[in-house]
Design a protein around this ligand. Structure first.
Ligand SMILES: Nc1nc2c(ncn2[C@@H]2O[C@H](COP(=O)(O)OP(=O)(O)OP(=O)(O)O)[C@@H](O)[C@H]2O)c(=O)[nH]1
Ligand SMILES: [Mg+2]
Length: 309
């Protein structure tokens, strides 16, 4: 459909909100980035990478699709996990399209069935099954997976994609766009995410910690921005951030031998932040211990995780 002007002067296009829900690691955030065409969400192979429900906006002449990325739904072990689940389930309550994202190459299990029940019960008028990571599965596996996952709920549409090699990402966008009602553009045309800059900066830093560490360390990390200021004289952005962990031993791992690990995290984060900010960045990273912060709702809210925004 082409854009039309209403009597009030507002342009009417296909527009609305499309939530992506699924188990941790299914590939939701990678798909969001692929559709938007830039990095708005952090990704990693650590489950529960996403800690914010975030909106990513895809604007074309005919449509404005607002993708809602959500934390992976899982069995919570602490207050943080409960908050993340709450945030994902809330995202389902007020969207036009609910997408259940399933990894084409991972067994469909009880976790997927549980998420599917929430998708089925949501008030979203349209439900779409998205099978992603198609590059990791052969045709037979994809078909088997579609047969199993397709039975988890009553889906209006099914899409197979690979966010990593770009297979059918356009097809995904076309499918969800087709399902949207006519409406206004909800966000300015040049906006690609509703996340505050400070949140994005903290998340970009956290991603580098996730990529550099293993086991329990990535889950114990929270990042807070202390300073974010553009210095006109030296034409660079000064950022001071604190990486919080729960134990002294985790602090030792993040600092590394003679500070090697924190230096590596800083260098990798700076490259991403310079791309995000479009200019030079001076990044100062501190590492501190905040014991058991994942059990402390006040601290979780202070970091802004879950519904904290
Ligand atoms: N091969 C392949 N890997 C993918 C694809 N999509 C995502 N991945 C990888 O899968 C891992 C998880 O991706 P994410 O996008 O962070 O997953 P998520 O569903 O957002 O995970 P949570 O935020 O923890 O819920 C990362 O290592 C990605 O690189 C894909 O299409 N193909
Ligand atoms: Mg994610």
């Amino acid at each position: 459909m082409n854009a039309t002007a209403t009597p009030g002067g507002f342009e009417t296009v296909k527009s609305g909100f499309v939530a992506l829900v699924g188990r941790p690691n299914a590939g939701k955030s990678t798909l969001v980035n692929a559709v938007v065409g830039s990095k708005v969400a952090i990704t990693s192979d650590t489950p529960q990478t996403t800690r914010h429900r975030l909106r990513a906006i895809v604007d074309t002449d005919e449509a404005q699709v607002v993708l809602v990325d959500t934390p992976g739904l899982h069995k919570p072990h602490d207050a943080l996990g409960e908050e993340l689940n709450r945030s994902s389930l809330m995202a389902l309550s007020d969207v036009d399209v609910a997408c259940l994202v399933i990894d084409a190459a991972a067994p469909v299990g009880a976790g997927d069935r549980w998420v599917a029940q929430h998708v089925a019960a949501s008030s979203a008028p349209v439900k779409v099954l998205v099978l992603t990571k198609a590059d990791l599965a052969d045709q037979a596996r994809v078909e088997r997976q579609l047969a199993i996952a397709g039975g988890l709920a009553d889906f209006d549409d099914v899409v197979v994609v690979s966010a990593l090699d770009g297979f059918n990402v356009d097809g995904f966008l076309a499918t969800v766009t087709r399902q949207l009602p006519d409406g206004p553009r909800y966000f300015p045309r040049d906006m690609d995410t509703d996340q505050p800059l400070e949140v994005m900066v903290a998340e970009f830093i956290r991603e580098k910690v996730l990529l550099a560490t293993r086991d329990e360390v990535p889950h114990a990390v929270g990042v807070a921005i202390e300073e974010l200021e553009f210095d006109r004289k030296s034409d660079l952005t000064r950022i001071t951030a604190t990486i919080f962990v729960e134990r002294d031993s985790q602090k030792g791992i993040i600092v590394g031998k003679a500070g090697a690990m924190i230096k590596r995290i800083g260098t990798e984060a700076r490259t991403d932040l310079e791309r995000l900010l479009g200019g030079r960045v001076y990044l100062d990273l501190l590492v501190k211990v905040k014991r058991d912060w994942r059990r402390d709702s006040t601290q979780i809210r202070r970091f802004g995780y879950g519904e904290g925004l």
